[in-house]
Write a protein that binds this ligand. Structure first.
Ligand SMILES: [Zn+2]
Length: 190
């Protein structure tokens, strides 16, 4: 039987959190040891932005806020940050969970994820494109595509998201070229 939030909290507080040897991880961005924060007791979560499509920033945004669009999907860049390129794929229709899209659009979502991943790699010198759906901040479905440089295993796996904030930002002109390369590759794969 699944633990309730209260049971989960009580068990983990009683047992105590672990401290993984992050200073030994090749991809960990920081020197020195770390200490886990105290666990916060369960409480109702704050509402996510745009619940039910009301005051939804994505639904309200015009197409020129996106660098590539078609009839059902839009791509928005999220930078410049420290990594070569980060962008977000959204359906035009307001949806929370993937199953909210229904079978036809959900199938298309799978192909769109494949297209965007390939398009981000078309920038060149990309080692890996991480794909994530966090969805804790805004309800409108959005898939993250997070590109790390080639030959840089130091930025591997989940630490890439932290490295994006640690590395100095990519110069705007390089970022714009990368964005244009992704848009061109999306057009080429229509
Ligand atoms: Zn929306």
């Amino acid at each position: 039987m699944a633990e309730t939030p209260e049971q989960f909290y009580a068990r983990t507080v009683a047992a105590g959190c672990r401290t993984p040897p992050v200073e030994e991880w090749a991809s960990w961005p920081f020197e020195g040891s770390v200490t886990p924060k105290a666990l916060v007791p369960p409480a109702p979560e704050p509402p996510r932005m745009g619940v039910g499509g009301v005051d939804c920033r994505a639904c309200d945004a015009p197409d020129d806020a996106y660098f590539w669009t078609d009839d059902r999907w839009r791509l928005q860049d999220a930078g410049p940050g420290g990594l070569p390129f980060v962008c977000v794929l959204e359906p035009r229709v307001h949806a929370d969970e993937p199953s909210d899209l229904g079978p036809e659009l959900a199938r298309e979502m799978g192909w769109m994820i494949a297209r965007v991943e390939e398009a981000v790699r078309a920038i060149g010198h990309i080692g890996r494109v991480h794909i994530s759906r966090f969805a804790d901040g805004a309800e409108h479905m959005h898939w993250w595509f997070i590109a790390r440089p080639a030959d840089q295993a130091q930025f591997a796996m989940m630490t890439a998201v932290i490295w994006d904030d640690v590395l100095p930002p990519v110069p705007q002109d390089v970022w714009d070229d990368n964005k244009a390369a992704v848009a061109a590759a999306m057009d080429a794969s229509r």
